[in-house]
Design a protein around this ligand. Structure first.
Ligand SMILES: Nc1ncnc2c1ncn2[C@@H]1O[C@H](COP(=O)(O)OP(=O)(O)OP(=O)(O)O)[C@@H](O)[C@H]1O
Ligand SMILES: [Mg+2]
Length: 466
């Protein structure tokens, strides 16, 4: 993650400003308070501000030219705006670096937008650093990821694309094997020619040979005319042999021959045909195991896996999950005005700790479904299907644990919920000690009384009447 800049809170309502400031400071962000006399953009430059959280009316007073100026001052600057929705505001909300919130502020939603802003900045940063390198550009347009395994994968794809070598892509279902195959083609010198996919599992065995190699008229019942096969269509381009692990033994032999000699015979033809194709194969089966069981030819396996690429399952690259969620959110939102704004922290944590057996495809489908069904506002755990909720933290621990100093459990802990829980217990202890007097409890906690009240509201911690 890049080091983030500071957050500028622009609101002339001191109560709101303090509440937001305290909340975000507590979350570990660096906050800058406005300097009355200094022009807005001078403060932005001076304190390396890359996120402005503002009451829209106030921002229009202190920086009426915000949208025109911000990009030239800091292209990564993001605005989270709240307040009224005048015509000017609506113009603002159509910018991709502006997120909006309604008032009264919901701190959970604010936090979710701060997270989205950070993700947006990371994506922009990845795009800009990749743009310096033309080879990386096409990749960053299609494949989202910033985790170490994905960065290694991007490097490998870029290198492999420059060669003509046969590639074997392995990985669980939905990890992005086809996307990687397409990226290899796009980044190669063959990109002006065809990328031809063949799903070896979807085509019936008796048709696959003719599908791959074509046939001549009259070679079998129903062959009324000569027909080109996928190899011929992919000439000078790339042939993507998907689900190669499902190919039957007799065709494996024929494929091996093409890989060795770069020539093939259409079904029923007496002469062979030369072809110049780059082969990329993929499977979600373990080919080595199939070879050991003699279900897949060993010689073909070695011919295919000149360059083996393995795409890791999503559960092994958790840090890509929020990035993917926001990328899909932006994609599925793109043609809607009142679109889904983001995910509450708890919902995002649940999705990050989920196993994702269907990998990126499952995640993509979930976001699409949520955009359609919910359509606006923020996704909370209540909006998620049951199976995503299993990682939910247990309700609460005993007070003794707090005194014992909260040991780290064997299986690890969700730090955000733990900190939240810790905070709840300190607040409840302070209120108990002061007999429910919020002013005194706030003093004990070194908080403003209003901040404490807001916290209680946000956390749904009921404690006496206001
Ligand atoms: N890194 C990624 N960034 C953005 N979208 C991705 C990424 N990885 C996968 N996807 C999307 O997830 C879906 C599944 O990807 P793809 O079809 O490439 O997976 P696959 O490994 O071929 O799956 P299967 O084994 O089921 O055929 C596609 O819609 C693809 O666009
Ligand atoms: Mg696939």
């Amino acid at each position: 993650m890049q080091a983030n800049g500071s957050i500028f809170i622009a609101d002339n309502d001191v109560k709101t400003r303090d509440l937001v400031s305290a909340f975000l400071t507590y979350q570990g962000h660096s906050i800058v308070c406005p300097e009355q006399e200094t022009p807005f953009f001078d403060t932005v430059k001076k304190y390396n501000i890359d996120l402005v959280i503002a009451d829209i009316a106030h921002l229009q007073t202190i920086a009426p030219d915000f949208l025109e100026q911000s990009a030239s001052i800091n292209p990564l600057l993001v605005l989270i705006a709240y307040g009224s929705t005048s015509r000017e505001d609506l113009i603002m909300t159509s910018s991709e670096n502006v997120f909006t919130l309604s008032k009264p502020l919901n701190l959970d939603e604010l936090e979710s937008l701060v997270m989205r802003a950070r993700e947006y900045q990371t994506m922009r940063l990845l795009d800009t650093s990749a743009a310096a390198d033309d080879q990386h550009q096409a990749l960053s347009l299609t494949m989202v990821g910033k985790s170490a395994p994905m960065r290694d994968l991007f490097d490998l794809i870029t290198k492999v694309a420059a060669s003509n070598a046969t590639v074997l892509i392995q990985g669980e279902s939905g990890t992005g094997k086809e996307l990687a195959a397409r990226a290899i083609h796009q980044l190669s010198s063959r990109n002006g020619k065809n990328f031809i996919p063949v799903n070896c599992a979807a085509i019936p065995d008796d048709l696959l040979e003719s599908e791959l190699f074509g046939h001549v008229k009259g070679s079998f019942t129903g062959a009324y005319a000569n027909r080109a096969g996928r190899f011929e269509m992919a000439d000078k381009g790339t042939l993507f042999l998907d689900e190669i692990g499902d190919m039957k033994a007799n065709l494996q032999v024929k494929l091996l021959r093409v890989l060795q000699n770069r020539e093939f015979e259409p079904v029923g033809a007496s002469k062979s045909q030369k072809v110049d194709v780059r082969i990329v194969a993929a499977t979600n089966k373990n080919l080595e195991e199939l070879v050991a069981k003699r279900d897949f030819r060993e010689d073909l396996y070695y011919r295919l896996s000149v360059i083996p690429i393995t795409i890791p399952p999503l559960r092994e690259r958790q840090e890509d999950i929020p990035l993917l969620i926001h990328a899909f959110l932006a994609r599925f939102n793109s043609d809607k005005r009142n679109a889904l704004k983001g995910f509450s922290r708890e919902a995002m944590e649940l999705l990050c700790s989920y196993e994702w057996p269907g990998n990126v495809r499952e995640l993509e489908n979930l976001v699409e479904r949520l955009v359609i069904l919910k359509g606006s506002g923020f996704i909370t755990p209540e909006d998620l299907p049951e199976k995503y909720l299993s990682g939910r933290a247990p309700a609460r621990n005993t007070a003794d644990e707090l005194q014992a100093g909260m040991p780290l459990p064997e299986g690890g802990i969700c730090i955000n919920s733990a900190v939240d829980e810790f905070e709840n217990r300190l607040i409840m202890q302070a209120l108990n000690r002061t007999g429910g007097n919020k002013k005194e409890a706030a003093l004990l906690l070194n908080l403003k009384r209003t901040t404490l009240i807001e916290k209680l509201k946000k956390k749904n911690l009921a404690f006496g009447e206001e």
